[in-house]
Design a protein around this ligand. Structure first.
Ligand code: GLN
Length: 276
């Protein structure tokens, strides 16, 4: 089997995947330890028996539903390659919106918190862009924190402190200039939780009560204690939750509240400032 045949084999087996071509290319690159351009340049290169067996094994893992990021163990986010395990959410491209918006509010020397950091994606992206800030990244899950710390180490980012915390419950008042979070926000009975890649992610990172807003409610109400005056809160939410989340900000006393859309034009992030 050569590279071209391997890719068409992958495509035919994964025909029900949303992205059979991309999945096959990523998995073949993992086997051959190469970049995708190599696949296009050397379509006639024949795989060794071991490479072919490994490729078939990965394709069958994917066929059984395993997310590509769990097979490769990495996912690109912002400019970083992040280690990903079943302990955390797989970072989504849409969450880069949260990073871009946070960067418009963050200045050198600020105290910044990333709540529910998971793989560390948001905190580490901010740390690469603004090395001169104090960053606290928290999660309730010890195993997620281990993944996040490893990602900090591998990306040589040492300006993030990782702590185990239940949102801002144990936080002093008026500490942070900016608080960012991509919390769980899917309704607990959402049928999507039983489909596709999300089946392999921790439900505690995805679902949040009957209306999906249980954790966002807690974060918004606690953030107005923990933010300094003038500080900003930025929260990712579900595509249909913008109005409710803006109302929560309003009820908690935030000003300058605005809603922002992701790459797919869905409402995805609400930001607001504490001006009290
Ligand atoms: N956006 C993700 C999804 O729909 C959920 C991420 C989250 O709950 N924070 O799969």
């Amino acid at each position: 089997m050569n590279i071209e045949q391997a890719l068409s084999y992958g495509h035919s087996v994964l025909v029900k995947s949303e992205s059979p071509d991309l999945d096959s290319k990523i998995l073949l690159c993992l086997v051959l330890d190469c970049q995708t351009t190599y696949l296009h340049t050397w379509p006639d290169k024949v795989l060794t028996t071991e490479q072919q067996a490994l490729f078939e094994q990965f394709i069958h893992q994917r066929l059984r539903g395993a997310p590509v990021a769990h097979i490769t163990g990495v996912r690109g986010f912002w400019s970083l390659d992040l280690k990903v395990t079943e302990a955390t959410l797989i970072p989504r491209p849409d969450t880069e919106l949260l990073v871009s918006l946070a960067l418009t509010k963050i200045r050198p020397k600020m105290m910044v918190a990333d709540l529910g950091t998971g793989s560390g994606a948001i905190a580490l992206a901010l740390a690469t862009e603004q090395p001169d800030i104090m960053l606290i990244a928290s999660d309730y899950s010890w195993s997620a924190l281990q993944v996040a710390k490893l990602n900090a180490l591998e990306n040589k980012l040492n300006n993030v402190s990782f702590i185990r915390a239940n949102w801002l419950a144990a936080c002093r008042s008026s500490v942070f200039d900016v608080i960012i979070s991509n919390p769980p926000y899917i309704t607990e009975d959402d049928p999507h939780l039983l489909e596709g890649d999300v089946r392999f992610e921790p439900v505690t990172a995805l679902a949040s009560g009957k209306d999906g807003l249980t954790d966002i409610r807690i974060i918004v109400s606690q953030a107005c204690q923990s933010l300094k005056s003038g500080g900003w809160l930025l929260v990712e939410h579900g595509y249909h939750q913008a109005e409710q989340v803006m109302q929560l900000y309003h009820d908690a006393g935030f000003s300058n509240i605005s809603s922002h859309q992701d790459y797919g034009d869905n409402d995805r992030v609400v930001i607001g400032q504490l001006t009290l």
